[in-house]
Write a protein that binds this ligand. Sequence first.
Ligand SMILES: Cc1cc2nc3c(=O)[nH]c(=O)nc-3n(C[C@H](O)[C@H](O)[C@H](O)COP(=O)(O)OP(=O)(O)OC[C@H]3O[C@@H](n4cnc5c(N)ncnc54)[C@H](O)[C@@H]3O)c2cc1C
Length: 508
Amino acid sequence: MTDNPIRRVVILGNGVAAWLAALVLSKIVPRPCLVSVVDEPRNAGTNPLWEVGDSSLAPIRSLHRLIGIDERDFMRSTHATFKLGTEYVGWGNSGDSFFQPFGILGAPLEGIPFHHHWLRAQSRGDLSQYSLCAVAARRGRFTHPSEDLRSVLSTLDYGYHFDAELYRDFLRTRAEEQGVVRVSADVTSVQLRADGFIEALLLDGARQEADLFIDASGADATLIEGALATGFEDWSGLLPCDRILAIHCASAAEPKPMTVCTARENGWEWHAPLQGLASRGYIYCSRYSTDEQAYSDLEARLEGETGGDPLYLRYVNGRRAKAWNRNCIAIGSAAGFIDPLAATQLHLIQSGLAKLARLFPTRNQMTRESEEYNRLVAEEYEHLRDFVATHYYLSADRSGAFWQSFERAALSSSLNHKLRVFKSRGRVVLYDGETFDESNWANVLLSAGVKPAHADALAQTLPIEQVQRQLDRMRAAIAQAAETMPPQAKIIQQYCAANLSSQKSAGR
Ligand SMILES: Cc1cc2nc3c(=O)[nH]c(=O)nc-3n(C[C@H](O)[C@H](O)[C@H](O)COP(=O)(O)OP(=O)(O)OC[C@H]3O[C@@H](n4cnc5c(N)ncnc54)[C@H](O)[C@@H]3O)c2cc1C
């Protein structure tokens, strides 16, 4: 409908969510529409979250295409490396490693999901050997995916690791170049209309009116919570980690295109390579570890690498009761926060903006749109929460009080149902709005040692020799393709090497 179109959108915040929202909205909102970002001068450039190395899922590339970001430019500017997936070390009750790849993990045979054949063919290598992303990442190899669907290289997919602060700056520059107006001022108060909608932000000496407000103020949630008291659903019972200790340290000479997430005594540790540096950190639970203890645990594992000044952050897992309340939409950490184990926070920003674009309202009609938005966002957050919680829950046999506390975790009914069906028949129940697909779920469950009690009836109809032959062929083709791929370091050098002279030193 074009009647009463939104004329003005104001975005509050100065992080990645604010600037991504500005870039996306300035592309899709009907003109004439002014998008302006209000950022806080006192915070500019000093928010600790930006000092953290972020990593993305693969779909971020389609977001970048939508907002016209050139890959080389982005990678040079943010000191980015490629990411083919994540190695999880010490998770599950076996404590073994498993790799959660992007791209394709095993091809279905006769339309039957791959993991059923793998289960049946027993001892045909671990699951990761059926993913080119996994095999290549472990060898430090990278190439762009092939567009030729007959090539095994077409099964690749990738995201990035990058410096979150440089990324924010990069987005801000692009947005300003595209005419997004930036207003640097403190919000002194928020003026509401009689019906409770936001009318204007009162700034030092100025007033910003708008039809729609985007709250991208991070955990502060200045508008959605501070002004509208929307409410927050706290998920600490299921995801109890609430502290982050982050540092930068020296990178390996040949960084591998993968994040490593290692289970530790009171949480888990990440290692994400950037160009010239590595981002490392420990996510832990304050009920089981003090900050000092967490630092001394992490420091002991640095093995001579120079650690930077440690940075400590607090967070609470959970989501806003409504991401869209009246004429205010929370994006990013203002909408919720999910333990970074599956690196989904940026993805939630991206998918929140995509949903908003599809449901973009008019001034006189936003009730139905907000109801549907809230339904979709709640569904997505809850499935992601369950995906992340599954990693912890299936590791409850690890030693230590932190891990054993997951034996008592109150799982959601939808996750309980999913686990029960898988344990019985190996079928992955997929709900609407899931971010991770069937192969990702099967990978987590099988790698943690969950074995279905009964075989899949359809998979039994294929002759076992045929299945074994096909699996052997798949594995061989993947191993051979990985061998032909160049080292990631060489691709970065030729394609998108950053100028590292201004880089934060490992001992920043
Ligand atoms: C250790 C760690 C690791 C992470 N790893 C990943 C990962 O691998 N992958 C991933 O996708 N995500 C990851 N995340 C999450 C991700 O970094 C952020 O959550 C994401 O960038 C969202 O940022 P944001 O813009 O919503 O919030 P923030 O980065 O918190 O930015 C909010 C901004 O709003 C400003 N602000 C606050 N109040 C006001 C106000 N009243 N007026 C104006 N401005 C205001 C703040 O100063 C800040 O600049 C990680 C987070 C942490 C802490």
